[in-house]
Design a protein around this ligand. Structure first.
Ligand SMILES: [Fe+2]
Ligand SMILES: [Fe+2]
Length: 259
């Protein structure tokens, strides 16, 4: 697998690339390349929200825009770890709900639609980041099997404690994940603002990434609201449970960004 630096160099001459030399994290660069338009990353973005004129070399020349620069090493590193930790988080979320659902639904059948709704959204998030990792050749975290076991144990354990504890788990996880996505969005929006000011503008793919992260962040916060509405704060011991889970989430994020 080529290194990030090698791939950045390859981007310049992508027209001569062999198929194995696919782009890595070139969200900001495709308009300067225009070898192929980036594929649509998600079908839920309404067509009206997409840029009407996808960037291309021809368009850039017509508008006298400066060619878009490739990502810096620091930006590549940021996106590399951001996508890796996002995938790990969504993996954990799907497994938590998978483990929670049987005991919770058995004891509280009326919660079946809610559990399915939240699981389905998490499965969609996981699928989105799986595709992004594959497309941009970002390696998953080496902790993948550990997080699988930990998330399943957390989901099963809180479900056995009862409906309130399961909801407190969702509240704690979504609080941390919501903040995590907000931090990523702050960084990406800062990049976008600087690119707009420089006249380069942002690529369609980068704009779609920001929209998708916002949508996913909003869905996580919706889960948080559902958990609170379903008595998360009645869990016992609420403070201890949520603090331990939130601390675990922060630790898992920190590790997954690096390993
Ligand atoms: Fe999610
Ligand atoms: Fe979620």
């Amino acid at each position: 697998m080529p290194s990030l630096i090698q791939s950045a160099r390859c981007i310049v001459s992508r027209s001569q690339l062999c198929p194995s030399q696919l782009p890595i994290l070139d969200f900001l660069a495709p308009s300067a390349l225009s070898i192929r338009q980036p594929s649509r990353l998600h079908s839920t973005i309404p067509p009206s929200a997409e840029p009407s004129n996808p960037p291309s070399r021809q368009n850039a020349e017509k508008s006298n825009k400066p060619p878009r620069r490739p990502l810096t090493e620091a930006q590549k590193d940021f996106l590399d770890s951001a996508l890796r930790v996002n995938q790990a988080g969504e993996l954990a979320a799907t497994l938590i709900y998978t483990a929670q659902t049987p005991p919770i639904v058995r004891a509280h059948p009326h919660l079946r639609p809610l559990m399915k709704h939240m699981y389905d959204q998490e499965a969609g998030h996981f699928d989105y980041f799986n595709k992004l990792l594959a497309k941009h050749r970002v390696r998953p975290t080496a902790m993948y099997p550990i997080w699988q076991a930990a998330a399943t144990a957390l989901g099963w354990g809180t479900a056995i404690m009862g409906r309130e504890a399961a909801m407190a788990c969702t509240e704690a996880v979504e609080t941390e994940i919501g903040e995590h996505y907000n931090e990523q969005l702050r960084v990406l929006l800062d990049w976008a603002e600087k690119l707009e000011k420089s006249g380069e503008g942002v690529s369609e793919e980068f704009a779609v990434l920001i929209k998708e992260l916002r949508r996913i962040r909003d869905e996580e916060l919706e889960h948080l609201d559902h958990a609170v509405e379903h008595d998360a704060k009645e869990a016992k011991p609420y403070e201890l449970l949520t603090n331990v889970i939130r601390g675990g989430c922060r630790t898992a994020i920190w590790i997954s960004e690096r390993v």
